[in-house]
Design a protein around this ligand. Structure first.
Ligand code: SF4
Length: 195
């Protein structure tokens, strides 16, 4: 995304969850998802902030781009990091911005009305939305939500929405996901080669 589209006056501050959650493959730093970066200071903050790799300078979660998200949606507060998805966009959604709602904190994050409203807004507008749980050193199991949730949003069936969303999150958590490792400066999947 173009950094000119960042929400004005919104800063990450001391928040450093992306220094744990992100997969980084940069000439200067290779790091697995869900693992603390070696440069992350114990008390928070980057030890090499002024010389941090390009990926760290350029990458922002969607909270930084979406003015409609309140400050409570800062990922460490909400327990949800919204990431833009660029690969494996399902047929029928080509050209749309795809979003993964990655649960990085308590699963109960998906049960508040604010979460339902924001997620529903994107689903009803036809943006492909996924959910996944953060698992250290594992590829994310992203579960597409649109097909099952769209009819429930249209009929405002809140109870069924809640249970369907929980099922999707459990499915993501329980499904086998590839164990990742680093080889020759690349993140690789132990079972299927390059990630
Ligand atoms: S190099 Fe610094 S900014 Fe980049 S992931 Fe590590 S701690 Fe975070």
């Amino acid at each position: 995304m173009d950094n000119k589209l960042l929400v004005e006056n919104r800063e990450c501050g001391e928040f450093t969850a992306c220094c744990v959650e992100l997969t980084i493959e940069d000439p200067d730093l290779v790091k697995l998802p869900g693992v603390k970066c070696k440069n992350l200071h114990k008390s928070g903050g980057c030890k090499i902030y002024n010389e941090r790799p390009k990926t760290c300078r350029d990458w922002y979660c969607m909270w930084r781009f979406m003015p409609q998200l309140s400050n409570e949606w800062r990922p460490d507060l909400k327990g949800v990091m919204i990431k833009r998805v660029f690969n494996n966009i399902p047929p029928g959604y080509e050209g749309k911005i795809a979003l993964n709602f990655e649960i990085i904190g308590k699963k109960s994050a998906i049960h508040d009305m604010d979460f339902f409203e924001v997620l529903g807004g994107y689903i009803v507008q036809g943006f492909p939305c996924f959910i996944s749980t953060s698992k250290p050193r594992r590829a994310a199991n992203m579960v597409l939500l649109n097909n099952k949730l769209l009819p429930l949003y249209e009929t405002r069936n809140l109870e069924l929405l809640k249970s369907t969303l929980s099922d999707a999150l459990n499915h993501s958590a329980k499904q086998h996901s590839d164990l990742l490792s680093i080889k020759d400066g690349k993140v690789i999947s132990k079972s299927s080669g390059l990630f």
